[in-house]
Design a protein around this ligand. Structure first.
Ligand code: ADP
Length: 391
């Protein structure tokens, strides 16, 4: 039968550039679910492919079933377990309280790292790690979500598998199709995301990106200026801007690794560890570490802290596609990560430093990070069930 016939739709809970997410309840047993309707073929295929490859991983959102719409706009609907909170809300709540307890930060980090470890083991690069994509269950289990931007990691040498190729391994997995246009989801009159045309395989080149970022994305960022004390994480929308130019500003800039900002197209899973470094610093400070307002500003903020990106810091960096296109004056006295993490312990600062390295090869992997002494030191990580989950 029709997939949507098996669920009651209770209302919309979110919408992004390419997707609308609805809360639903499975009719057979009352299970809470999220129905994610994705309006872009490539994003749908990527997300389904990644979630199939990661099925059973404890810190990745569970995909219960999915279907493709039969009409030509190629929407897909993913039925996901419903997760009521996210790490962005944890940070917001903690701001009111003053801080997140060290043992809690450790437990959130361990869960993120286990999710990342599972991704990287399956050659999935998340590419858009940020607090609002880390969803949390009522009992404190954190799960990576939103794999619409993910890419397969070529550097680990596995062949990319298509959804079709993966399907036979998941015999029990139900693929259904919409019977007709009057399905429940459509009745909810979802405003379509912008007519999205994008190509994340050609990851943003700064040149393409900047004019449009300044022209279009830029305004969004100013509204969200963290210095004003409130902000939200907004992924930039790729797609045709008002001038009709094709942009590929996809993902969230504040967590974007320097190699991506310099136009790299042969990056690997290390980009997720850069994002994790930014996220860890944010859990400690309760403020974003590098809240750039444009791609150039993003690089400028990184450079002001870490110093100029030079061959010394990362041999080979001058071959990055946009390296010679962007010039920064010599920073005589970089601020340094210590100064960005006032009153934090040596092992906290040390871990941020292991993640925020210019040279991706020097960044700690997810597995290495899990074995960092930070997690073995007092105060120890609190048990998952004693984490405070935002209501
Ligand atoms: P997008 O690709 O558009 O960013 P997301 O997967 O991030 O889509 O979903 C958008 C929003 O929908 C999320 O920020 C979250 O609030 C909500 N959401 C997504 N998946 C779930 C889920 N499994 N449970 C509860 N809420 C969800």
């Amino acid at each position: 039968a029709d997939i949507t016939g098996r669920y009651d739709i209770l209302g919309r809970i979110g919408s992004g550039a390419y997707a609308d997410v609805y809360r639903g309840r499975r009719r057979s047993d009352g299970l809470d679910v999220a129905l994610k309707e994705i309006h872009d073929y490539q994003s749908s295929a990527r997300e389904i492919e990644a979630l199939l490859a990661l099925r059973g991983a404890p810190n990745v959102v569970d995909l219960l079933e999915y279907c493709w719409a039969e009409d030509e706009d190629e929407d897909a609907v993913l039925v996901l377990e419903f997760l009521p909170a996210d790490l962005a809300a944890v940070i917001r709540d903690a701001k009111k309280a003053g801080a997140i307890a060290v043992g809690e930060v450790k437990q959130w980090m361990i869960q993120i790292l286990r999710g990342l470890e599972a991704c990287h083991r399956s050659s999935v690069v998340h590419r858009d790690l940020k607090p609002s994509n880390l969803l949390i269950s009522a009992d404190g289990i954190l799960k990576l979500a939103d794999f619409g931007q993910n890419g397969t990691c070529w550097t680990v040498g596995l062949e990319q598998q298509t959804v079709q190729e993966l399907m036979p391994q998941h015999q029990n997995f139900r693929e259904t199709r919409f019977a007709n246009e009057d399905d429940t989801l459509r009745e909810l009159d979802s405003p379509r995301a912008k007519n999205a045309m994008y190509d994340t395989d050609n990851e943003m080149s700064l040149q393409d990106c900047d004019a449009s970022c300044l022209a279009t994305c830029g305004t969004g960022d100013v509204e969200d200026d963290p210095l004003k004390g409130s902000y939200s994480y907004k992924a930039e929308e790729g797609g045709a801007d008002e001038y009709g130019a094709l942009t590929s500003c996809v993902g969230t800039r504040w967590f974007r690794a320097p190699e991506l900002l310099y136009g790299s197209t042969d990056y690997g899973q290390e980009i997720d560890l850069w994002s994790l470094g930014c996220l860890f610093a944010e859990l400690l400070n309760l403020e974003p570490l590098f809240p750039g307002t444009s791609d150039i500003d993003q690089l400028g903020r990184i450079i002001s802290v870490l110093g100029n990106l030079t061959e010394e810091a990362w041999p080979g960096c001058s071959n990055l596609p946009d390296y010679s296109k962007i010039f920064f004056n010599k920073i005589e006295n970089p601020i340094g990560l210590e100064a960005c993490l006032p009153n934090r312990s040596a092992s906290e600062v040390n871990l941020v430093k292991r993640l925020l390295c210019y040279n991706p090869a020097n960044r700690a992997t997810a597995t290495e990070t899990l074995h960092d002494r930070y997690f073995a030191e007092e105060p120890l990580p609190v048990p998952v069930n004693s984490l405070r989950v935002p209501s």
